[in-house]
Design a protein around this ligand. Structure first.
Ligand code: IDC
Length: 331
């Protein structure tokens, strides 16, 4: 249902942080969406990019990367301007699946605070994965509204309200979900950028193109597309290009250099074809994932336990490709 009763959090919003000189946020400020593109506060086209964490709910092997030195390295050595903080509502110890809610909320806030202190942008990702986002709608509202109430004036915080809806039609499921969740966020964070997932693991971007959220009441909204380079090739690039040309603002909040399973099929050539499209259209993009799990998508070798200060030889083939790609971009 689209009518959800919510309680108003009593949190006093944190004051807007002072921008640290020379950081991405100091240089670009609050972002906004116009037509198919994201712009900075100087009205220059803006591209956010960086690493996605793995699931913060999956335990300290994954959440330990949310630390100051790791984020500083991602900013200064990897040349990135954004970090994506991933919280699964379901899956293992997810926020609505037995996870310690206070701890998980704290982890998210720690990540937001660190990113803010370092002048980086941050995606707060409600990581719906493989189902209709309406199934966790009321918890999404409560969680995201609390974050938005505390960080109401933080221009560096973006809200990703559902990672990858699946089996959820745009018109009858995802759009009404967005129409329930976005106002809860906007009650506090009035003009924060919000990113809405699309059906079929965030591939069906034609849904919102045919029936976008009305711009009059839903400004600063973008729509999600995800690719895994060994699975999604030319036909997907054509689809993305077509919707952008038709005016749909796309944010690639997750991509992998390998198979969609996250394991196997590292594909440099197809990844580079995506990087070219990304460059042509200034598309924001976040890589899965910053961890050392023994799967192809991980950026850190499984033998490496450091949580910051990685050297080239600590990176997997995926990590190295991504590191070099990010360093070639203009932050
Ligand atoms: C995968 C992880 C894997 C984990 C699984 C749990 O790589 O370690 O066991 O989730 O659900 C996505 C999802 C992302 C997936 C990733 C790879 O957003 O959660 O992570 N993927 O399968 N979409 C396409 C691929």
């Amino acid at each position: 249902s689209t009518t959800t009763t919510t309680t108003t959090p009593t949190v006093t919003p944190d004051p807007e942080p002072a921008a640290v000189t020379g950081t991405p946020y100091a240089n670009h400020g609050k972002l906004h969406v116009y037509g198919a593109y994201l712009y900075d506060s100087h009205n220059k086209k803006m591209q956010l990019y960086g690493m996605s964490t793995h699931g913060l709910n999956f335990g300290s092997d994954f959440s330990r990367y949310v630390n100051r030195q790791a984020l500083a390295d991602l900013r200064d050595k990897w040349n990135t301007n954004c970090i994506r903080l991933v919280l699964y509502p379901r899956d293992y110890k997810g926020y609505c699946n037995g996870g310690n809610q206070a701890e998980l909320k704290n982890l998210m806030k720690t990540g937001i605070n660190l990113a803010t202190e370092l002048g980086m942008y941050v995606l707060v990702d409600w990581h719906v994965h493989n189902y209709n986002p309406q199934e966790t709608q009321s918890q999404a509202i409560t969680f995201l509204q609390e974050i938005a109430s505390q960080y109401a004036s933080y221009g560096n915080v973006l809200y990703e309200i559902c990672n990858e809806p699946t089996g959820a039609l745009w018109d009858s499921a995802i759009k009404p979900y967005a129409q329930a969740v976005i106002p809860a966020i906007r009650k506090y964070a009035k003009d924060a950028v919000v990113i809405v997932g699309t059906n079929t693991w965030s591939q069906d971007v034609e849904g919102p193109l045919a029936s976008p959220l009305p711009a009059s009441s839903y400004g600063n909204v973008m729509y999600t597309f995800h690719f895994y380079a060994n699975t999604h090739t030319d036909t997907f690039r054509t689809r993305v290009e077509n919707v952008i040309k038709a005016g749909l603002p796309i944010f690639i909040t997750e991509f992998g250099t390998c198979d969609a399973s996250g394991n196997g099929g590292f594909n440099k050539g197809e990844s580079e074809k995506w990087f070219q499209l990304i460059k042509n259209y200034n598309i924001s993009h976040m890589n899965w994932s910053l961890c050392n799990k023994g799967e192809t998508a991980s950026a850190i070798k499984s033998s490496v336990s450091k949580t910051s200060g990685w050297t080239i030889s600590d990176l997997t083939e995926s990590g190295l490709l991504i590191y070099n790609h990010f360093r070639s971009l203009e932050r």
